[in-house]
Design a binder for this molecule. Structure first.
Ligand SMILES: [Ca+2]
Ligand SMILES: [Ca+2]
Ligand SMILES: [Ca+2]
Length: 274
């Protein structure tokens, strides 16, 4: 039996799904609550390695941003500085591509009171969004420095995805060539979704997140073809000198659940290969 056939058997037998090899792995899950995606998030974490926390530089491991420790002065209704997670709390990620960024423990109700109670946290109590634009970009730095670098793996949690492909992760290589777009699976009203991808041996200079069909605003609410979505945890491998970029071992790539999420991931991979 070939490896591909073994994988298919695993899918049919256990409801698990994994895609791995030279082109990397997709970790995808969705459900009504944190427990529904926790296992897949943990598998992605394990594939990337130890949590390096804040500051310093490391040859391996991962960084996480859960927004929960952002101080009140940089939380809704105030904006989050775009370089907060490379300067104030150095984890090597900066934000561009939107007119502003916001962290909220009140569902961004300062933007629109109708958002109150619409979103669920994966990590409590704070969530994240770009402001004024449906999409925003993440770039990566040796933490605490102005030295831009690359990563090989990125994953994110979103809440309240209700329209297929309203929320997409797009990856760009060191020359800003498109590496592929991957739809984050639908969670249903108030649910949670996770999508994480690894690109062993490749380098990601920028991640573009298309978050919902429309930007948060005083007039945009769910319904009639509008899907408002916000983000929670971002997880990525240690950003460091691309000349020494890490390559996760294929043996560490985990199994995943959530069959519904697979379609979006596979479509993404097909798009990338073509
Ligand atoms: Ca959080
Ligand atoms: Ca909703
Ligand atoms: Ca929504």
């Amino acid at each position: 039996m070939t490896k591909r056939q073994m994988r298919l058997v695993a899918v049919l037998a256990g409801g698990f799904w994994a895609m791995e090899g030279a082109q990397g792995a997709v970790f995808s899950a969705t459900g009504a609550n944190a427990a529904a995606i926790q296992g897949t998030v943990n598998n992605f974490r394990a594939a990337l390695g130890a949590n390096n926390g804040v500051g310093g530089t490391f040859a391996s491991g991962r960084r996480e941003i859960n927004w929960d420790g952002v101080p009140a002065g940089f939380t809704d209704p105030s904006l989050l500085p775009a370089n907060f997670f490379n300067s104030n709390s150095p984890r090597g990620m900066e934000l561009t591509g939107a007119s502003g960024f916001m962290v909220s423990s009140t569902d961004f109700s300062s933007i629109n009171p109708a958002y109150a109670g619409q979103f669920q946290e994966f990590s409590s109590p704070k969530l994240f969004t770009g402001i004024g634009n449906r999409s925003y970009d993440l770039t990566f730095f040796i933490p605490g420095t102005a030295i831009q670098t690359t990563i090989t793996s990125f994953g994110a949690v979103f809440t309240d995805i209700e329209i297929t492909n309203s929320t997409i992760l797009q990856f760009f290589d060191e020359n800003l060539n498109n590496m592929g777009q991957f739809g984050v699976p639908v969670s249903g009203d108030g649910g949670l979704s996770f999508l994480g991808l690894t690109f062993p041996g490749q380098t990601i200079k920028m991640v573009r997140i298309f978050q919902g069909t429309h930007a948060l605003s005083g007039s945009n609410v769910d319904g009639s073809g509008v899907d408002i979505v916000v983000a929670d945890d971002f997880i990525f491998d240690e950003p460091f000198n691309p000349n020494a970029e890490s390559v996760p071992e294929p043996s560490t790539l985990g199994l995943l659940g959530a069959g519904a999420a697979v379609i979006a991931g596979l479509n993404g991979w097909r798009g990338r290969r073509s």
